[in-house]
Design a protein. Sequence first.
Length: 292
Amino acid sequence: MAIRIAVVANCQVASYTRCLRALVPAADVQPIQISRAKGADACAEMAARAAESDVVLTQPVTLASLGPLATDELRARCQNLHLIPKVAFSAFHPDAVHVVQAGQVRSSPTSPFSSRIAIIGFLAGLSVTRTLALYNRFIFQQLGYLAPFDRSLAPLLAQLAEMGFDDARDYPVWTAGQVFMHAPNHPRISLMAHLAATAADKASIPRGPVSDTAEVIDPLARAADWPIYGEIAQHLGVSEDLEFRGDAKSAAPALSRDQFVAQSFEIFASLDRLSLNAALNRRAAEVVASLK
């Protein structure tokens, strides 16, 4: 009988699932996406499905509103439960931030992320043209966008080590010249393949080599993609990316920086300044003050 594996995760659930199916082809791998748990009945049904599995791989779930899907609740029902990482890494895309108003993330022209520098320009009362001039090495340095890669990677490696992913430090994706994120919360399949392999090892599930995932189609490649600005790409030793791209399912086209900032200003005009200011960190607030 095939081993049954439940994967409980956020938007990264499809990546984990596809990689595990490639690594353990005889397994029955079922994705349980947390964002689809709308209401008590849905949470209970998802938790019941997880409990029926032989192995549960779950990202940490702490929201009380998710009831039986919360990790502590699920652990009480599932004897073979293992934590898997919720990957976030911003060194490639340090300018991408969420603007939250009335408890809801307000999307930019192409994605849930907005440009911190565009917000700075808008709050400082600059024109679109003058704001575009802020995308330069001096401002990037002021905002901390050019931090050493090892320093940026350290918190992620610490998180992985805490979860028992002790081999993560040796993943080849960390080497120079490799981009392993589409956006700050969307890892590329190259990283997810290694995480899925380590998760299988933690759960004592026999698996094939990571190379077995070579043909896996990256589900997050169809989601909104954030560019890697030229100066940041040069700093990190990777290729630059010049376009802001929307989700493949949406009508949002790929936009140049000029178009993205101009359309962002139109959105910002409909939001309250308190929400925009809340999206800025201390350094960004200081830049706004210096431009007024």
